[in-house]
Design a binder for this molecule. Structure first.
Ligand code: NAD
Length: 338
């Protein structure tokens, strides 16, 4: 593809607003605009940033946005889809599946999120399977947890073959802005095993034997994963730490830097000057890496709001065939300060 890739964002929430900002930072992409499903502070701030707004659905919504809230309306969702080379659909779970019909009808490629069923498009984690997604009409960036698992497991698998994995996801209750979800005062085990994360990892790396369990906990600051990975060889702790340190989108953090919790990682991201205090890298504590025979154990923290943003940018390039995995990952990382 020559020229700028025209990108539309459908669903301007936790993920959508970050994808839109990341697209604005790319020198090979042009943000056509985003949808507005309801009026709220997010749409107000998008409008103030100069992002064009395309209301979803009924024309009354357009009139209200324009006349009551003083938002310049650029068209409707169909216009956005028609004007875009690629739509990044960041709507809540299940809506993307319904929207796919429109993308098919208007022959626009689309990148979906991890809440959608795996059959909706090629499951994608940049550093694992970018090449397999090149030219696909529909790509699904897997969930924040699956992305986090895939990044460190791929690094271990490339260096020591992974025989099998058991991982427990300790999951944040809700995103920080979300006043509706919980738990507020309980630890809630997911009562189905394996949790969906293990099978989801296999949609990206089918050869990985993995069993996952999951618990929701009262925090909004990141997920934590506890992993036990059987390798074909017996590694040493320092080598594992070095491998993670050299792996893109993985950050090794240390107790000696005063990073002992997800709260301190989030504060560190703010101190680094990251937009919205985001930490798109998966953070592995060097102090938690333990080796027991052929088994390596470690704890990693995943910033649910931002770790999938670089993948969305790479997925846009992959589906239009703009550059190799290495070129795209480098370009994305540089633009986001990773
Ligand atoms: P969100 O609720 O924060 O945002 C969704 C946005 O879509 C809202 O602005 C809403 O108004 C809008 N919307 C609702 N219905 C719509 C429609 N019919 N058309 C257009 N817009 C509509 O959701 P989110 O957390 O950003 O999640 C989006 C997707 O990303 C889901 O698949 C989710 O599983 C996935 N995801 C979420 C996280 C996370 O932690 N928040 C992490 C990774 C992946």
């Amino acid at each position: 593809m020559t020229g700028m890739i025209k990108v539309g964002v459908v669903g301007y929430g936790t993920i959508g607003k970050r994808v839109a900002d990341a697209v604005l930072l790319q020198d090979d992409m042009k943000l056509i605009g985003t949808t507005a499903n309801t009026y709220n502070y997010r749409i107000k701030s998008a409008h103030r940033k100069g992002i064009r707004i395309f209301p979803v659905g009924h024309s009354v919504r357009r009139e209200i946005l324009g006349s009551y809230y003083d938002i310049d309306v650029a068209g409707n969702m169909e216009d956005l889809v028609t004007q875009s080379d690629v739509i990044v659909d960041c709507t809540p779970k299940g809506i993307g599946f319904k929207n796919k019909e429109l993308y098919v009808k208007l022959t626009t490629k689309a990148v979906f999120q991890g809440g959608e069923p795996s059959g909706i498009g090629k499951s994608f984690v940049s550093q694992c399977n970018y090449d397999e997604a090149v030219g696909e009409n529909f790509i699904r960036v897997v969930s924040c947890n699956t992305t986090g698992l895939c990044r460190t497991l791929k690094a271990l698998d490339d260096n020591y073959k992974v025989e099998k994995v058991h991982a427990t996801m300790i999951r944040r209750a809700a995103d920080p802005w979300d006043i509706y979800h919980g738990p507020v005062n309980a630890l809630v085990p997911h009562l189905v095993v394996p949790s969906h994360h293990g099978p989801d990892v296999r949609t990206v790396m089918p050869h990985i034997e993995i069993f996952t369990t999951s618990v929701s906990v009262p925090t909004t600051l990141m997920h934590m994963h506890s992993l036990a990975v059987d390798l074909t060889d017996s590694p040493v702790v320092e080598d594992i730490a070095k491998i993670f340190k050299e792996t893109t989108r993985v950050r090794v953090v240390h107790n000696s830097d005063g990073i002992r919790s997800t709260a301190e990682i989030m504060e560190y991201a703010k101190d680094l000057g990251r937009s919205r205090g985001d930490m798109p890298e998966v953070c592995v504590w060097s102090d938690t890496i333990g080796v027991w025979g052929n088994k390596v154990m470690y704890l990693q923290a995943v910033h649910q709001e931002s770790d999938v943003i670089p993948e969305n940018i790479d997925a846009i390039r992959a589906c239009v065939g703009a550059g190799s995995a290495q070129e795209s990952i480098l370009k994305t990382d540089q633009s986001l300060g990773i």
